[in-house]
Ligand binder design. Structure first.
Ligand code: IMP
Ligand code: MG
Length: 183
């Protein structure tokens, strides 16, 4: 779906589909260089990371095994609760595996820092993080993120997998949701 179909529901387009794609290809080159001939298992966090995973995995020049988890830290609102629940667990055994978590966005960082610890306790050899977006001003925990697409302002954004109440995920671009939509 194009932004033009959404009328006044968006207040600003932050990154276009073309910019996202270009940045992902740069990240893919970094990932290839870092992992060399030991490609990581890509772990996507449903549902938001579906678009990033689809585009990143196809951009990578190695066989990319993918697995998925669903966790919940948000209701239908726009603020992080900090409470993480596993809704769907991985199929893969992580023992001695290099894991690369693929995420749409890091906001407070609470979800990711919990997830990283969780995967390490399963015996993963390493757990790194790749996120398309990060909101530096919203971070509440200190968390190392190896691959970041774009740092963005502390605003509620939608598109490229990101939703508000399950809507806008299939918007091609990343845009700031107009406050009148959720207030
Ligand atoms: P965190 O735990 O605060 O880092 O946020 C975790 C999750 O909240 C993300 O994976 C998203 O699913 C969701 N989220 C955070 N910020 C936004 C946003 O601006 N738009 C849509 N979803 C968001
Ligand atoms: Mg997410």
């Amino acid at each position: 779906m194009d932004a033009s179909a959404l009328g006044n529901e968006l207040s600003e387009i932050l990154h276009t589909e073309a910019e996202l794609k270009q940045r992902l290809s740069e990240l893919a080159r970094d990932i290839e260089a870092d992992y060399g001939d030991q490609p990581p298992l890509l772990v996507g966090v449903l549902k938001g990371a579906v678009m990033v995973m689809a585009d990143l995995a196809r951009e990578l020049r190695f066989q990319a095994e993918m697995d998925w988890m669903a966790v919940s830290s948000y209701g239908t609102g726009t603020k992080s609760s900090g409470v993480v629940r596993i809704l769907k667990d991985l199929d893969a055994d992580l023992t001695d595996r290099a894991v690369l978590i693929v995420e749409d966005i890091i906001d407070s960082g609470l979800t990711l820092s919990w997830l990283k610890e969780n995967l390490l306790t399963r015996g993963a050899k390493s757990v790194k993080i790749c996120t398309m977006l990060r909101k530096p001003d919203a971070l509440k925990v200190d968390i190392d993120v190896e691959y970041v697409g774009f740092d963005i302002p502390n605003e509620f954004v939608v598109g490229y997998g990101l939703d508000y109440a399950e809507k806008y995920r299939n918007l091609r671009d990343v845009a700031i949701l107009a406050p009148h939509v959720y207030s």
